[in-house]
Design a binder for this molecule. Structure first.
Ligand SMILES: [Fe+2]
Length: 223
């Protein structure tokens, strides 16, 4: 496996692993071309733009537009990651095979039967309010699969990200001590951070793998 650090603003649109007409008749060449070349490309461009602007914000210590750029980072970052995975988990009709032994094992182990899994996945995807995704995830914390509805993938997250350092800013976390002064609470909270634990969590998370391109001969490009 190849691990590469992605510098800010350097994301690139991954090529489709098949021809534009390879998914017909389920997905037409025209639809796939627009989806990949226009929509996915827009996510990549938007993610690069957000990262570059956040570099500038850090350099200038100017966070006037922090909410906007953080939102762009999440919206486009999640869009880029989810689409990249989406392309790789599809293949021309008749070439995708059957669920492998581990996939079957995990699906049956958690959902009971493949049909039960399929029914829930389909319904969850169908019932996502407005736009979004139906997603099967591996939850590393629980060592099992789960099905999620992803409504508005930009909800200030990037799918697949593993939390390393978290700060609870619900009122219940600080109101008794700081009332409405959340910023004061956060400033003070830094003194509580257990960096040894953060380091350990980071090492654990870095052991995880989520390639965004097809694996070739056991080698994968994590971009
Ligand atoms: Fe899409």
């Amino acid at each position: 496996m190849q691990y590469m650090t992605m510098p800010p603003g350097q994301h690139r649109l991954p090529p489709l692993p098949y021809a534009y007409n390879a998914l017909e008749p389920v997905i037409s060449e025209r639809a796939l071309r627009i989806h990949h070349d226009k929509h996915h490309k827009a996510y990549v461009d938007g993610l690069n733009k957000a990262e570059i602007n956040l570099v500038k914000a850090r350099q200038n210590n100017d966070y006037a537009y922090i909410k906007y750029w953080e939102n762009q980072l999440s919206f486009n970052g999640s869009g880029h990651i989810l689409h990249s995975i989406f392309w790789t988990i599809m293949a021309p009709i008749g070439t995708g095979g059957q669920p492998g032994p581990q996939t079957t094992n995990q699906i049956v182990g958690y959902f009971g039967t493949y049909d039960a899994f399929k029914e829930q996945f389909e319904t969850a995807a169908e019932k996502v309010e407005a736009s979004g995704w139906g997603i099967l995830i591996w939850q590393p914390a629980w060592r099992r699969l789960e099905i999620l509805q992803c409504e508005k993938h930009q909800n200030l997250t990037q799918w697949g990200g593993i939390p390393i350092l978290v700060c609870d800013v619900w009122e219940h976390a600080y109101y008794l001590d700081y009332q409405n002064k959340r910023k004061e609470y956060i400033n003070a909270w830094w003194d509580l951070v257990n960096w040894h634990e953060v380091e350990k969590r980071l090492l654990f998370a870095m052991g995880g793998q989520m390639p965004l391109m097809l694996v070739h001969n056991g080698r994968v490009n994590f971009r």
